[in-house]
Structures are given as structure tokens and as C-alpha cells.
Design a protein around this ligand. Structure first.
Ligand code: AMP
Length: 308
């Protein structure tokens, strides 16, 4: 079924213990849609500048991503610079954030996208997230992300927007910041009180946990944790979270029904896509995967968690 992501399409300049890259394609919508493209046909809404060339767009189109929703504006494409140290590969140190045309991004929904059933609102202004959600009347499930900037400076808008998400996908720190509580399970409960039915907390190299609101997606409220595959070499962690979200939501969109079992499997597919993303620089590895490679890694995740 159709899935739409609204987020950044960017150039990234990256430095990790394994090397450096200058102005390579990145952005939350890029990682999300490439990861989701192995499960369904993603649609993208974002904005790029004059320096975004056909060769950049074809990275997405080659994977079947529908880019009709990418707007072109006069000026330069959003450019983000990040660095990771060997001691902490989980967290990027932001070197610069040149918003460029992203600063005035006003998502416009092409008529062809009106029938979209699954929506992912990547990390953008919560007011824009809410605005998109309100216009998408056929959506059955909305996933969303956010970041510390919005938590600190747009708290009220963010709280209103959280009520419109079915599933929020964020990391440990963001969860604690939103809830203003240093205990993760307690913070998760508080975040769920703002409205989402489920909360996926990404723990970087340690996996991810899904917390449910009582009664949502079936009986019970116990959280479920999926481990991450221990990888010998993480070359570039950029986009791991968005690739997780793409695998998670893409898998959900490919299923007939949505219950707790589907959500658990989606957690593994999220982990699979995140683990591929970090093996090479930028979204390189997400461009040439096969379904067999994805299933082989999914099987390892299953074996990791089965006792018999
Ligand atoms: P992740 O590593 O999954 O958190 O996502 C990394 C991607 O987010 C990079 O490709 C960046 O281009 C993009 N990014 C970084 N900062 C921002 C921001 N302030 N707004 C939107 N996207 C961003």
C-alpha cells in the first residue's frame, strides 16, 4: 500500500573514524524512502535547490521512489555537516546546519498523493507536520519523528502534533526530554499520554523498544524490545534512525492487517534496514540490496530472540 514521507532531502558532509565525504545525498526523507522501497512504493515530499541535479534524484528513482512531490526552489539544497567519534558512534556532533531552501519549506501535496494510506512525518516543524496530517484524509496510520530543537523551542506545538501521530519514533534522550523525566519507562508512559498509540524508542546500537498505550493494537501493554545486530564495523551511522523508520513503516504498509505481531516483526525489519544503512557511507548500501539479503538478516534477528 502507498506510503508518503515528508522530510528533508539534503546534502551531507560527513566525518567518521572511517573517512570523510563531502556533499553526498542524504536527508531524512532520502534514507526513509530508500529503506521503505524494499517493501512498497514510497512517495516523497521535500524541497531541493538548483544544485540538486538529475543524478541525485535518480538515486531515489532507481529504487522506484516517486519523487513528484519534491519541490524545486531557487537557492541551495539543505546542507548538513556531522561528525562522529570512535567513542560515541551513536550520536552525531552537528558541525553546521545550512537550511538554505529548507528554511521556507511549505509542503504541498500533489493531487496524485491524495489517496496515500501510510504517512511518515520526518523531523520537520511540528506545525508543518500537523498541517500535512490534516490534509491527508485517507491516511490509516501516521508515524512521526522529532528532534531536540522542536522539543526545546516548540514544545506546545509539538504536544498538539503528537496527538495526531499513531506511532512516534524517537530516541532515548528525546523521550526523556519530552516527558521531562529521567526514567525511560516512566517517560515513555508520559509521552504516550500526549496521544500516540505506540512509541518506538531507538537505542542506537542497542536496538529499539516499542511501548504501547493500554489496549492499542491488541491486548496488554507490555513493551517489546528488539535487539540490534552486533556489527563489527559501523562506517557511518548517519540515517540509521530514518532507515529504521523506513523499514518499520514500509513493512507495516506491506501487510494486510495491523496487530501486535506485525508491529513486532516491523521492529526487526526496522533493525535490518538500520543495520544495512550504517555499513557504508551515506545511503550507498540502501541502493543495491536484494530481498534475499534482507530476509537473511531478518532471520538472524529472529534467531537472536527465539529461545527454542
Ligand atoms: P538520522 O541519522 O537518522 O538522525 O538522520 C540523519 C539525516 O538527517 C541526515 O541525512 C541529515 O541530512 C538530516 N538532518 C540533520 N539535521 C536535520 C534537521 N535539522 N532537519 C532535518 N533533517 C536533518
Amino acid at each position: 500500500m502507498s506510503i508518503l514521507v515528508v522530510g528533508s532531502v539534503a546534502f551531507d558532509t560527513l566525518k567518521t573514524p572511517y573517512g570523510e565525504r563531502e556533499k553526498i545525498i542524504g536527508g531524512s526523507a532520502t534514507y526513509f524512502s530508500l529503506a521503505a522501497s524494499y517493501f512498497t512504493t514510497p512517495r516523497v515530499i521535500g524541497v531541493v535547490g538548483d544544485d540538486f541535479l538529475p543524478e541525485h534524484e535518480s538515486v531515489l528513482n532507481t529504487r522506484g521512489v516517486d519523487t513528484r512531490g519534491i519541490q524545486r526552489a531557487k537557492g541551495k539544497t539543505f546542507h548538513w555537516g556531522g561528525e562522529y567519534t570512535a567513542e560515541n558512534l551513536n550520536e552525531a556532533k552537528t558541525k553546521f546546519t545550512d537550511l538554505n531552501v529548507f528554511e521556507n519549506f511549505q509542503p504541498e501535496i500533489p493531487a496524485a498523493y491524495a489517496d496515500t494510506e501510510f504517512l511518515f512525518l520526518a523531523n520537520i516543524d511540528p506545525l508543518l507536520q500537523a498541517h500535512v496530517r490534516e490534509q491527508m484524509t485517507n491516511v490509516a496510520l501516521t508515524g512521526g519523528d522529532t528532534m531536540n530543537y522542536w522539543i526545546n523551542f516548540k514544545r506546545e506545538d509539538l504536544q498538539n502534533t503528537l496527538a495526531k501521530f499513531d506511532i512516534l519514533l524517537i530516541n532515548d534522550n528525546e523521550t526523556k526530554m519530552i516527558a521531562a523525566d529521567p526514567s525511560l519507562p516512566r517517560a515513555a508512559k508520559k509521552v504516550l499520554e500526549f496521544g500516540p498509540k505506540a512509541l518506538v524508542i531507538k537505542h542506537g546500537e542497542y536496538g529499539a523498544t516499542i511501548f504501547f498505550r493500554d489496549g492499542a493494537y491488541g491486548l496488554g501493554h507490555h513493551p517489546f524490545r528488539a535487539p540490534a545486530l552486533p556489527l563489527d564495523e559501523v562506517r557511518d551511522p548517519t540515517g540509521a534512525g530514518d532507515s529504521f523508520a523506513g523499514g518499520f513503516m514500509g513493512y507495516i504498509a506491506s501487510q494486510e492487517k495491523l496487530d501486535r505481531e506485525v508491529l513486532k516483526r516491523a521492529m526487526f525489519y526496522g533493525g535490518v534496514m538500520g543495520s544495512f544503512a550504517v555499513e557504508r557511507f551515506g545511503p550507498e548500501r540502501l541502493q543495491d540490496l536484494t530481498r534475499d539479503e534482507i530476509e537473511a538478516r531478518f532471520k538472524i534477528f529472529r534467531e537472536l530472540t527465539h529461545l527454542d
